[in-house]
Design a protein around this ligand. Structure first.
Ligand code: NAD
Length: 329
């Protein structure tokens, strides 16, 4: 594609993606399915890779999430909450593994595979063991203070089993049964139902009245440590998840630590078959380097860490597709 046409298409894709970001992240009301959104984004990334001089820092390909809502107090994250790079094929997973082995000059890498919960990323701060603050990811740098709403999640302890100061990260979500119950109630009241559990969870946590959040049985899995004081820092991700469990936090038991990318692909295959058996929605598998020193070495781009990737499941029957759109722009 010549430069002028590429520039026009890039501009058009950016405007579309910005509009969809606004509806998804700010309004909690998407107009297209995630698969359709991912296709638009892949198209933009491919064109930007072909024409690197056209990449701008404000392009949706370079940015995390959406702006925090103005009526919430803003919370600046001590360590940015990034997004994840995506893989849509095993080929792309192998390339991810090759890049890491090349950079770190290792023969084989240990990975942790986790379910990618389709919810809302949150950060929770405990001081001397007590929950003091909870926030959304927002644009990755600044999130929204949603402490009162997060305190209504019964599986999130208000006090840890040890007096540690810790910022922990995870995903708040709505179990499928609860999503269906809420939508039944909405329909009975003549209200517009939520498009999917992710938007219902985000909509419940990002409103001002904590009573509304308390009426909905939200849940949360924790999957990462942001900052830690008063405790020895683990050297692997596996050990840090075990530490979170010992502290009384809910970590998803459906995870594995494996050696090399072949076992990662087996795990992905298993969950591609079984994802619909779970009581909550997942949209993929997150693959993370286990060795935390290696992660430091690999670092991050402005948008995502180089030591992790999200394998996204292909769209399937039984998974909500909101409406058809024409991807060819
Ligand atoms: P992402 O969904 O590709 O991945 C990053 C997120 O995964 C993290 O922030 C975290 O919230 C989540 N996650 C779940 N389980 C995890 C685990 N075990 N470990 C680590 N992280 C885990 O990236 P994103 O920036 O949150 O969102 C982009 C995606 O959102 C798009 O690819 C699309 O699917 C969807 N989206 C859809 C629309 C739409 O209009 N339909 C608009 C914007 C975004």
């Amino acid at each position: 594609m010549d430069r002028q046409r590429a520039q026009d298409t890039i501009e058009k894709l950016r405007r579309q993606l910005e509009e969809h970001n606004y509806r998804y992240y700010v309004m909690d009301d998407p107009a297209i399915s995630d698969t359709e959104y991912d296709q638009l984004m892949q198209r933009l990334i491919a064109l930007e890779e072909e024409h690197p001089d056209l990449v701008t820092p404000d392009s949706p390909s370079q940015r995390v999430g959406g702006e925090p809502l103005p009526f919430f107090e803003k919370v600046e994250h001590a360590i940015p909450m990034l997004s994840l790079g995506n893989a849509f094929s095993f080929e792309q997973l192998k390339e991810f593994d090759q890049r890491i082995r090349k950079t770190t000059e290792r023969e084989s890498i240990d990975y942790v595979c986790e379910l990618k919960i389709d919810g809302l990323a949150v950060s929770i701060r405990y001081e001397e063991g007590f929950m003091v603050r909870g926030a959304t990811r927002g644009d990755g740098r600044v999130g929204e203070n949603i402490t009162s709403n997060l305190k209504t999640i019964r599986s999130l302890p208000l006090r840890l089993k040890e007096p540690v100061t810790l910022e922990v990260r995870g995903e708040a979500f709505l179990p499928k049964k609860e999503f269906e119950r809420i939508n039944r109630v909405k329909e009975e009241r003549g209200e517009v139902p939520f498009a999917n559990p992710r938007n219902a969870a985000a909509g419940s946590l990002r409103q001002l009245d904590p009573k509304l959040a308390a009426e909905r049985a939200l849940d949360a899995f924790l999957y990462g440590v942001g900052e830690i004081k008063g405790k020895e820092v683990p050297t692997t991700h596996t050990a840090s998840l075990e530490m979170l469990t010992r502290l009384g936090l809910k970590v998803n038991p459906d995870r594995v630590t494996v050696k090399g990318i072949d076992d990662v692909m087996d795990y992905v295959d298993y969950w591609r078959e079984h994802r619909l058996d779970l009581g909550y929605e997942i949209d993929g598998i997150v693959i993370k380097v286990d060795d935390l020193a290696l992660r430091e070495e690999l670092g991050s781009t402005a948008k995502s860490p180089r030591w992790a990737i999200a394998y996204k499941f292909p769209a399937e029957e039984g998974v909500t597709v909101l409406r058809d759109i024409v991807i060819n722009v």
